[in-house]
Design a protein around this ligand. Structure first.
Ligand SMILES: [Zn+2]
Length: 293
């Protein structure tokens, strides 16, 4: 069992009524993530959202900008394969995307491989007991585990993250969306020093908007900062869907597994959020380990 960091800040006990109402209003929009092809979800009348799968920023405008039809098609096909758990089918689209060297699509492909790795790893090593992805049709039964082992998939995922970072850092001037993408890639790679560096770039732009607020929230939650709850609250109040995940994560860090799980289960049910499923599984492992002590 991994060590849990002690967190001083208790996420303000947001009134559960508010949470329940907001989470009930989560709807699937007709906008698809430009990175991974997942439908964006919204819990309010927000002009933008963050992908529940890869956390890329999305709004109608940003999504349709520089739409290379070849990339778009591959991203959509990769997303479809992912949703259907047809991971092997998704590989060719993910790799085709990587050939084109579009940073956004590379980010999506990197997340595709990371999730594929999770599935493979969990299939091999855990007794899931129907806990994660109760809907077994989401899991592919024909994984060629020898060819696609979890380690190989993880390294493919890292390779794509690094490639997008190389593109991002080679640009002479970088816009907010690219800065955010680089920040998130470093978060996913768990490169501590670079996470701070890329956040500093975003902060330097002094844009008091949802992209910067989201990055601050991720950073504070990752650091288990005493102020993390404030940052989560700033995103949860207007109804940014992923902020509920970060709220659950804070609750879990405070060992409030019941409330964390109930939020995560709702998210999983309404959006199929992969990171919610992952955290739910981890909580169940921690609880099991604690029960054995
Ligand atoms: Zn996405």
């Amino acid at each position: 069992m991994a060590k849990e960091k002690a967190v001083k800040a208790k996420p303000e006990s947001r009134n559960t009524q508010y949470l329940a109402t907001t989470m009930k209003s989560i709807v699937q929009t007709d906008i698809r993530c430009r990175c991974c092809g997942t439908s964006l979800f919204s819990a309010g009348k927000l002009p933008d959202e963050f992908c529940t799968f890869c956390e890329a920023y999305g709004n109608g405008k940003a999504h349709n900008a520089d739409a290379n039809p070849v990339i778009k098609e591959n991203v959509l096909m990769m997303g479809k394969a992912m949703r259907e758990g047809a991971w092997l089918d998704g590989v060719k689209y993910a790799d085709a995307i990587a050939e084109i060297n579009d940073p956004y699509a590379l980010y999506g492909a990197a997340n595709f491989y990371a999730a594929f790795s999770d599935f493979t790893y969990n299939d091999v090593n855990y007794n899931l007991e129907g806990f994660m992805y109760e809907n077994s049709s989401k899991r592919s039964d024909d994984l060629k585990k020898n060819k696609y082992n979890a380690m190989a998939l993880t390294s493919k995922s890292r390779e794509y993250f690094y490639r997008l970072l190389k593109i991002a850092t080679s640009q002479t001037s970088i816009d907010e969306y690219m800065a955010y993408l680089a920040f998130m890639a470093n978060v996913k790679l768990n490169r501590r020093a670079y996470i701070s560096m890329t956040l500093a770039v975003l902060r330097g732009m002094k844009l008091d908007d949802s992209v910067t607020h989201y990055a601050e929230m991720v950073y504070m939650e990752k650091l288990a900062s005493a102020h993390a709850a404030e940052y989560v609250s700033r995103m949860a109040t207007p109804g940014y869907v992923n902020s509920f995940y970060y709220l659950a994560s804070l609750l879990a860090k405070n060992k409030n597994f019941d409330d964390a799980s109930s939020i995560l289960e709702r998210l999983e049910k309404s959006t199929g959020m992969h990171m919610a499923s992952k955290l739910l599984m981890r909580i169940s492992q921690v609880e099991k380990a604690m029960g054995k002590e």
